[in-house]
Ligand binder design. Structure first.
Ligand code: ADP
Ligand code: ADP
Ligand code: MG
Length: 673
């Protein structure tokens, strides 16, 4: 077995490979682009070496650099993960020539399957069934049009060199063919540098069923059963499961054998996936393509077979025989994988970029597994795939596994950018999905239910937002009071006396184009909240981002993430984003938005520019802190008078410590009237 390997990838798959390497006592070398210098895979690896700028062609696709790093660090083998260099025959060849093991199939097998057209020709000779279509070399328009007309519409044009759903065009009728062909060729040329296409009969109600195969260097090959990946958007998988619902033993053996034959036909070694399209209308299945790498959705196979496929890859690559024979492989239970993406389902699943302000993953156990490459605070950048994580669940039956999935999804919390989590939850609880009414049209067919318009904000959510705001005021006032020379001053009471005679205060929120008001009455036991026509007895306490509330005797918990005036309330896995515009909190929020009167990080006070009684304008420099080898200037968030200064030059401050207090000009006027 290898002593050290290099992982030429990033994100969850790099972390996934490192986990198995560590289990086997193999040292790991990570590589990273500048965008990933602090990434999880870099921290998990034993060593990490910089590749270059964020763009893939300057970093993760730099095969020359990656090989040099393997040599320099003494890595004996390179795991390419998926994407990037994983299906690059030239890279596999370069590895071999450099005496570094490529953890994947031989270059010849990658080449054989690299073109969908050539792969189909090869499969035809191995008697693997193909979708009716044209996959020849001739590419002139008249011939392609004739072929399409002959097979009958709709047809699907695919880029021969394609992948990731790119360069695929459905043609509904003969008159549209020329335009769609031109568009497919353009996309193929720009994405893959190769304009060649193939044409297939477009199946209107198919399922995507694929077979995991494994082959070793001793001529043995097995299949590790199937995965159903029919739930797709833009011809891309979002939710996968194993085994495929309704699969009979005979059909499984038939497809498994066809897949193993396909692998043997090209001298395959390692992990591979033979993708089939299954026509639900006729019951026929056809070869689509072979992916000559570890697949994103490999964990569902691991869950039902109890095998570690990365371990299999490492053993096979180091020359060992396959760990198990075909008859020793068994299916146990059912598994799902949901891909959690930074994307907006309501805008045709448009990828989103931004910071993960808050990330909480479901607890992992024997039933729940989370494969991820990010941590709270990380950025989903425009450079790479917007997948945040894969949530994998297992149980004895499909029904129970689906319950696990729905439950785990409800525990998932992501704040900071749009995700498909709400969509995945709708999917996991959809009766048609539970009833296995699967085909690749599932999402389009159930679009209205899966992606509902944003509902009005519920009363409980508004009450929680209001309680979070009120708790924030109380906490702020408490800190200021402890720091104050007059801690007994009624100024610090958060009971609203200073703003209103009748102890009531209005909080305002905006969500989308809707506005909501919550009237809070300060009561001995907490608050009486008026929301629309409802009156609620409510009480709440905030512990960091965790809000614990009792609303009309009902205990409710939520995570509340604040970003300037934006509050995100996460309750039972549902995010509600609210813009708060509350006069009571304006000063506080302005302070937070500008870095505040509180220390943004632990540090040392270098300079205090003001003293008590000074009048300051907005943005007047007040205090300079030195933290993390940088000077940080605290500016006045608004005009006012310096009421108190809590620290002197040279003093240490902790993160969040109140540095000074300013009586805002506007509020001072209110009080004197
Ligand atoms: P990629 O290389 O992008 O994965 P595939 O050839 O595997 O391309 O096809 C991607 C998806 O497109 C499939 O999973 C399936 O949902 C759909 N698809 C492919 N071929 C057909 C077809 N002939 N008829 C209907 N849908 C198809
Ligand atoms: P799988 O077939 O393993 O389920 P997908 O079909 O979703 O994976 O995607 C095909 C592979 O290509 C994935 O590994 C994906 O990350 C990768 N991929 C797609 N687009 C890009 C890209 N622009 N850059 C790098 N990798 C990509
Ligand atoms: Mg595919």
């Amino acid at each position: 077995m290898f002593k050290k390997i290099l992982i030429a990838n990033r994100g969850e798959i790099a972390c996934r490979v490192i986990a198995t390497a560590r289990k086997l006592g193999i040292k790991t070398v990570a590589v990273y682009s500048d965008a990933d210098a602090e990434a999880r895979h870099v921290k998990l690896a034993d060593e990490a070496i910089r590749l270059g700028p964020p763009a893939p062609r300057e970093s993760y696709l730099r095969s020359d650099l990656i090989l040099a790093i393997a040599k320099q660090t003494g890595a004996e083998a390179i795991h390419p993960g998926y994407g990037f260099l994983s299906e690059n025959a030239d890279f596999a060849t370069a590895c071999m020539e450099a005496g570094v093991v490529f953890i994947g199939p031989p270059a010849s097998a990658i080449s054989a399957m690299g073109s969908k057209s050539a792969a189909k020709t090869l499969m035809e000779t191995a008697s693997v069934p193909l979708v009716p279509g044209y996959h020849g070399d001739k590419q002139d328009l008249a011939l392609l049009q004739r072929e399409a007309d002959k097979m009958g519409y709709p047809v699907l044009i695919k880029a021969s060199a394609g992948g990731g759903g790119k360069g695929m065009k459905i043609v509904e009728k003969s008159a549209d063919f020329t335009a769609q062909l031109a568009s497919a060729q353009r996309e193929a040329q720009s994405s893959f540098g190769d304009a060649r296409v193939l044409i297939e009969k477009y199946l209107t109600k198919p399922r995507h069923i694929e077979i995991q195969v494994f082959a070793d260097t001793h001529g043995d090959a097995v299949y590790l059963f199937e995965r159903d990946c029919s739930v797709q958007r833009r011809h891309q998988k979002v939710l996968e499961e194993a085994p495929a619902p309704g699969m009979t033993t005979e059909r499984r053996v038939e497809m498994g054998t066809a897949a193993v034959n396909a692998a043997k036909a090209i001298g395959y070694v390692g992990a591979g996936t033979v993708e089939f399209i299954f026509d639900t209308l006729t019951g026929a299945f056809y070869f689509m393509e072979m992916n000559t790498r570890l697949q994103v959705e490999h964990p569902v196979t691991e869950m039902i077979t109890g095998q570690d496929l990365v371990e299999w890859q490492l053993r096979v690559a180091s020359g060992e025989s396959l760990p198990l024979k075909q008859h020793e492989l068994k299916i146990h239970g059912h598994a799902f994988e949901a891909r959690v993406y930074a994307e907006d389902p309501a805008r045709d699943f448009l990828p989103q970029i931004g910071h993960l302000l808050h990330l909480r993953q479901p607890a992992e156990n024997a039933h729940v597994r989370v494969d991820t490459g990010v941590e709270s605070g990380d950025e989903i950048s425009p450079w790479y795939d917007p997948m945040i994580a894969k949530l994998i669940v297992w149980d004895e039956s499909r029904e129970r596994a689906l319950d696990r999935l729905a439950h785990a999804l409800s525990e998932y919390e992501v704040v900071g950018l749009d995700t498909n989590l709400a969509f995945l939850r709708q999917l996991a609880s959809h009766p048609a999905f539970a009833a296995c009414e699967l085909d690749t049209g599932f999402i389009a067919r159930h679009h209205a239910v899966l992606i509902p318009p944003t509902p009005p904000v519920g009363t409980d959510t508004l009450a929680m937002a209001a309680l979070a705001e009120l708790a924030q005021v109380e906490a702020h006032n408490l800190t200021m009071r402890q720091r104050s020379s007059e801690p007994a001053s009624p100024w610090w009471e958060a009971d609203g006396w200073r703003l209103n005679q009748d102890n009531r205060h209005a909080l305002h929120f905006r969500a989308g184009d809707q506005e909501y008001a919550v009237i809070a009455h300060y009561a001995d036991t907490g608050y009486l909240l008026e929301i629309g026509n409802e009156k609620l007895d409510a009480n709440g306490s905030l512990h960091g981002q965790q809000l614990r509330t009792v609303i009309n005797g009902h205990r409710l918990q939520a995570t509340v993430v604040r970003d300037g005036s934006r509050l995100t309330v996460v309750c039972n896995g549902t995010n509600t984003e609210l813009d708060a515009f509350n006069p009571l909190l304006v000063g506080l929020q302005a302070a937070e938005a500008t870095g505040g009167l509180n220390a943004p990080m632990p540090g040392t006070v270098v300079t205090v520019h003001v003293k008590v009684g000074d009048m300051v304008e907005k943005d007047t420099p007040l205090v300079i802190l030195e933290a993390m080898k940088m000077e940080h200037t605290i500016l006045a968030p608004q005009a006012g008078t310096v009421k108190e200064v809590f620290f002197e030059k040279g003093e240490q401050v902790t993160e969040g410590a109140a540095l000074l207090e300013i009586t805002p000009a506007i509020e001072a006027a209110t009080i004197t009237q």
